[in-house]
Design a protein around this ligand. Structure first.
Ligand code: C5P
Length: 205
C-alpha cells in the first residue's frame, strides 16, 4: 500500500516519450508540485560514477548512499556516463527502496505530478490518476536528437522493461496517450479532460 496523503498524478512512459515536458506543464496548470523521479535515479547514478564504483557492481551499489555530499549534480544528470549507467543502477532494489521512500514523503507534503517508469504501477498504485505517455520509436529518437543528446534510448527501454525490480509496464488502470502526433499542450489537454471527468477542479488556463 502506498502512503500518499495528497493527490498524485502518475505519468509513466519510455524514454523521450515527452512525459517530462507534459508533466512539468501539467503541474504548472494544476498548481501541483512536479517531481521528476528519473532525475533522482540519475543523481544517484552520477554519485556512483563519481565515487568510481562500477555500476554493474550490485553489491557496492547496495551500499551507495544517496547523499550527494553538498554538490548539486543537476548539470550532470544527462551526461553520457549517466545515460549509459542509469538503468543498471536503477535496477538495484535497495536503491529503489530508498528513493521510493523519498517519493512517498513528497506526497505527504504536496499534491504531485510525478513522472517515471513505475509511478502508477508500484510507487503510488492506489492513485486514481494514472497516465502512460508513449510515442513511436522514430519520434522519440528524433526528440532526443533535437535536444542534442546522445542517448541509447532503445537500450535503456529494453533494460528498464526487462529488469526484475519494478519494470516499465503500463499499469492496468492507466490511460495510454500516444504523443507521436500531439503537441505538449495537446497531451496536457487530454490529461486535463480526463481529470475533469473524475471531478477534479482544474484552475482555468
Ligand atoms: O526519465 P528518465 O529517462 O530521465 O529516467 C532515467 C532512468 O531512470 C530510466 O531509464 C530508468 O532506468 C530510471 N527510472 C526508473 N524508475 C523511475 C524513473 C526513472 O527506474 N520511476
Amino acid at each position: 500500500m502506498s502512503s500518499e496523503s495528497h493527490r498524485v498524478i502518475a505519468i509513466d512512459g519510455p524514454a523521450a516519450s515527452g512525459k517530462s515536458s507534459v508533466a512539468r506543464e501539467l503541474a504548472l496548470r494544476l498548481g501541483f508540485a512536479y517531481v521528476n523521479s528519473g532525475a533522482m535515479y540519475r543523481a544517484v547514478t552520477w554519485h556512483v560514477l563519481q565515487k568510481g564504483v562500477d555500476p554493474n557492481d550490485t553489491e557496492a551499489n547496495n551500499q551507495s548512499r544517496i547523499l550527494i555530499d553538498g554538490v548539486d549534480p543537476t548539470e550532470h544528470l544527462r551526461d553520457d556516463g549517466v545515460n549509459n549507467s542509469v538503468s543498471q543502477v536503477s535496477s538495484v532494489p535497495q536503491v529503489r527502496r530508498v528513493l521510493v521512500e523519498k517519493m512517498h514523503h513528497y506526497a505527504e507534503e504536496n499534491d504531485l505530478v510525478m513522472e517515471g517508469r513505475d509511478i502508477g504501477s508500484v510507487v503510488f498504485p492506489d492513485t486514481p490518476y494514472k497516465f502512460y505517455i508513449d510515442a513511436s520509436p522514430e519520434v522519440r529518437l528524433r526528440r532526443r536528437a533535437a535536444e542534442g543528446l546522445r542517448d541509447e534510448i532503445a537500450a535503456r527501454d529494453r533494460a528498464d522493461s526487462n529488469r526484475r525490480a519494478s519494470p516499465l509496464i503500463i499499469a492496468e488502470d492507466a490511460l495510454v496517450i500516444d504523443s507521436s502526433n500531439l503537441t505538449i499542450d495537446g497531451v496536457v489537454g487530454e490529461i486535463v479532460g480526463r481529470l475533469k471527468m473524475t471531478g477534479m477542479q482544474i484552475p482555468s488556463a
